[in-house]
Design a protein around this ligand. Structure first.
Ligand code: PEP
Length: 263
């Protein structure tokens, strides 16, 4: 279903009216985690002012340590819905458990499946039945074939509104949080008709790498990027070192606008 073999035209997925697909280079931005209404609104206003058209933000956070901030849960979803109301930006947010899919889908414009759940087949199937577009991150140790098969689980449940997101894979290299597999973008676009975006924030894991990796994403013809921003990264409860502040985001947005995609 997700293969390009029977589907020569590349798909455009619409999220609350915002297109992601060939020629779009959609800018998605927002906080890694929803912390407070003020922090989420400030991040969304930064994102919108820079030209981002979709708001990201995690209410359910899949953290490596059980002692780390796990997200605000439904309270965080309510904050995202309020901020959408205030800014008009459709919301992308993660769901980590099949039992929460209905709840998250009742607030979200696009469901995010994170790297740690890339082969959680029950979750993928539930997301496929939720009636909302799904952004599917590549598993950190997943091959491109496994990523596309994960998408197939969503598609099998009748939902072809799937956006693939390359977010870096685990390699021997320790200088970056993950290794951005930039070649995965054109490979996935060749094998599948689905849009492919890049997460330079979770790939590099540091603020200084977000712009260069975004340039790389544009150069290979990605259909969008998803960027962490925070009004005060030094106090962030999650992934502060990779969050952009206002000026950085405006610079990045200018690069996105000025460098035409190659496709
Ligand atoms: C995220 O985008 O908030 C996130 C946790 O990303 P990943 O699943 O790629 O680590």
């Amino acid at each position: 279903l997700v293969s390009r073999e029977n589907h020569a035209e590349r798909t455009v997925v619409r999220v609350g009216g915002v297109p992601i697909g060939p020629g779009t280079m959609t800018l998605i931005a927002g906080p890694c985690a929803v912390e407070t209404p003020e922090q989420t609104l400030a991040a969304a206003q930064m994102a919108k002012a820079a030209g981002a058209t979709l708001l990201r933000g995690g209410a359910f956070k899949p953290r490596t340590s059980p002692y780390a901030f796990q997200g605000l849960g439904e309270a965080g979803l309510r904050i995202l819905a309020d901020v959408r109301e205030e800014t008009g930006m459709p919301v992308v947010t993660e769901v980590v458990d099949a039992h929460d899919v209905e709840l998250v889908a009742s607030y979200a414009d696009m469901l995010q499946i994170g790297t740690r759940n890339a082969q959680n087949f029950a979750l993928l199937q539930a997301a496929g039945e939720a009636g909302k577009p799904v952004m599917l991150k590549r598993g950190m140790s997943g091959t491109i074939e496994e990523w596309l098969m994960a998408a197939e689980y969503v598609a099998q449940r009748g939902n072809l509104d799937i956006v693939l997101c390359e977010r870096g894979i685990r390699t021997f290299e320790k200088a970056t949080r993950n290794t951005l597999d930039i070649s995965a973008v054109p490979v996935a676009q060749r094998l599948s008709h689905l849009p492919v975006i890049v997460d330079p924030s979770h790939s590099g894991g540091s603020r200084g790498l977000v712009l260069p990796l975004t340039r790389a994403a544009i150069a290979v013809g990605a259909d969008g990027v998803i960027i962490d921003v925070h009004p005060h990264p030094e106090t962030a409860l999650c992934d502060g070192p990779q969050a952009l502040v206002d000026g950085d985001l405006r610079e990045l947005a200018k690069v996105v606008r000025d460098l035409p995609p190659m496709v």
